[in-house]
Ligand binder design. Structure first.
Ligand code: OOB
Length: 515
């Protein structure tokens, strides 16, 4: 699952992997930027408004680490973490990193089906969640709410408690991130201290962050994009402050941008459209905003062209994946490159392999990649890894791309069985399995249909046994199965049979082309 020794040695020699850990990094940042603001939050239920300095974050992480250790959380344990955008999210991360326990990053939208699966599959020792209601999502796992965490932390002013034993090393796993997935059950992505720290430090450089920058975290903090591209971790590494927005709406974010003089923010395409429309009606001073990053799903060229004129800032397209590889347009790229490509890789050692359907190298086709921060295998998924990675360690991204001049990539489509609903990834098979659990459904096929606002929406084609159930009943059925609301199909259509491919498989291409 790890990089071969000679490759790892090369990444170290090149200075990508510097032998740091998250715990040590925060200690160094606190020493350098001590009283500067690190995390700013307007507050949410269970989390008071906050303005934590680098020193506050460092001390709070230590005190919580001591509390969690006393509560039985140990090196190597997995802890499912589901919190909204509050500073406690990052405090918990660093506390677990210092213990050497691995956060498993659930999204706020996840419900009992996802949370209970993560807890069981990772054999988690704890589930950290916002409030008492969430505890029901993981009945077999010890849960800590935000209120519990406050009670756990050693009181401020007490001497720091030394954690027993050696902490994690730079090559150890730091956390498990979720894959967007294309299979029945979500896969977990193991990231190490060394590889992840490299990815966000290099991202912060590409995004030209300085201690004067102010990053707005508007997307869910647990997602790889606002976490590390450059995200809150990248901002911290540059000595910059991050503002944690409770939600990404203009109504919430514009006053925060104005008040905190935000310089850079990250959005998925549908939100960028909403922000541009809202900015047109004026009312807020967005003049501090220098860069708007857009990624997670394809941003159309027409929309991309509007960002500069309508928001008065530079657009940066970001094409990344939680498995590793992240591409950025550079801030000083010519306008046509910024609006018409999805950027180029972070690292000179990101290897980009594009294969046509016959497996020959090409400038257009399936994107495969290998490099200093791209995983070599999913966590505990040997069988899936045999097809998701080549024998020589390239990750098959499932994306169809075109190589443009200068090594820039243009995303042209997708080969994986996934729906990208405005940046939210839905594995078709996962939803199909839930639908098949309904007694009236004989067969189900879930596909993406184009949508002007979200880019894609989901449509479920269903073959029924006898009378078709009402659509509202199907929605209620899926809700009751406890899946995240964004996975519930937008449309249901009943058919007698599915179109088939030459080899007799369901032809999703034909289903997608039906309207
Ligand atoms: C980001 O990460 P994930 O893991 O949620 O999703 C990765 C997939 C990619 O394989 C691609 O299919 C799609 O999302 N994607 C894009 C895109 N950015 C991501 N498709 C077209 N254009 C783009 N700009 O989504 C992610 C991780 C880190 C940074 C940014 C996004």
């Amino acid at each position: 699952m790890h990089w071969p020794d000679d490759v790892a040695a090369r990444y170290r020699a090149a200075g990508y992997w510097r032998g740091e850990t998250f715990g040590g990094l925060l200690r160094d940042l606190a020493a350098r930027y001590g009283s500067r603001p690190a995390l700013i939050s307007p507050g949410l239920p269970g989390s008071p408004a906050a303005r934590w300095t680098f020193r506050d974050l460092d001390e709070r992480a230590d005190r919580l680490a001591a509390g969690l250790h006393a509560a039985g959380i140990r090196h190597g344990d997995r802890v499912v973490l589901q919190l909204p955008n509050v500073p406690e999210f990052h405090q918990v991360c660093f506390a677990l990193f210092r213990i050497g326990a691995l956060p498993v990053f659930a999204l706020p939208a996840h419900r009992s089906a996802e949370i209970s699966y993560f807890c069981e599959f990772t054999e988690a020792t704890a589930y950290i969640c916002p409030d008492e209601e969430h505890k029901a999502y993981a009945p077999g796992t010890r849960a800590f709410t935000l209120a519990d965490l406050a009670g756990l932390s050693a009181p401020s002013g007490t001497d720091p408690v030394e954690l027993p034993g050696p902490g994690p090393g730079p090559g150890d796993l730091a956390f498990l991130q979720l894959s967007g997935g294309s299979t029945g059950l979500p896969k977990l992505i193991p990231r190490t201290h060394d590889d992840y720290i490299y990815s966000f430090r290099a991202s912060a450089e590409i995004c030209e962050l300085t201690p004067e920058s102010v990053y707005l975290c508007a997307l869910p903090a647990a997602h790889n994009f606002p976490m590390s591209s450059p995200g809150v971790f990248g901002a911290l590494s540059a000595g910059a402050a991050s503002v944690l927005a409770p939600d990404p709406s203009p109504g919430t974010c514009f006053p925060l941008i104005e008040r905190e003089r935000v310089t850079i923010a990250a959005l998925v395409p549908p939100l960028a459209l909403v922000w541009m429309d809202a900015a047109a009606s004026g009312g807020h001073d967005l003049s501090s905003l220098e860069v708007l990053q857009v990624g997670g799903a394809k941003f159309s060229e027409e929309a991309a062209k509007r960002v500069g004129p309508e928001l008065g800032c530079t657009l940066q397209q970001v094409f990344g994946m939680a498995e590793g590889l992240v591409n950025y347009t550079r801030l000083d790229d010519p306008e046509d490159v910024i609006v018409s490509t999805q950027g180029r890789p972070i690292s000179p050692d990101d290897e980009i392999l594009i294969l046509d359907n016959e497996g020959n190298e090409s400038d257009h086709g399936h994107l495969l990649t290998r490099g200093p921060y791209t995983i070599r295998g999913y966590w505990r998924a040997d069988e899936h890894n045999r097809t998701a990675f080549t024998e020589d360690g390239f990750y098959r991204t499932g994306d169809i791309v075109r190589r443009a001049e200068g090594g820039y990539l243009v995303v042209e489509g997708r080969a994986k069985d996934q729906i990208n609903r405005g940046g939210e990834k839905i594995a078709a098979e996962e939803v199909e399995n839930h639908l098949l659990a309904h007694p009236a459904i004989r067969d189900a096929s879930v596909v993406a249909v184009p949508d002007p606002y979200l880019g894609e929406r989901t449509r479920a084609y269903l073959i029924c046994r006898g009378e078709a159930p009402k659509k509202a009943e199907l929605r209620a059925f899926l809700r009751d199965r406890g899946i995240a609301a964004f996975k519930i199909p937008d449309m249901f259509e009943f058919v007698d049979a599915f179109p088939q491919t030459a080899v007799g498989k369901v032809s999703k291409r034909h289903l997608r082309e039906r309207t």
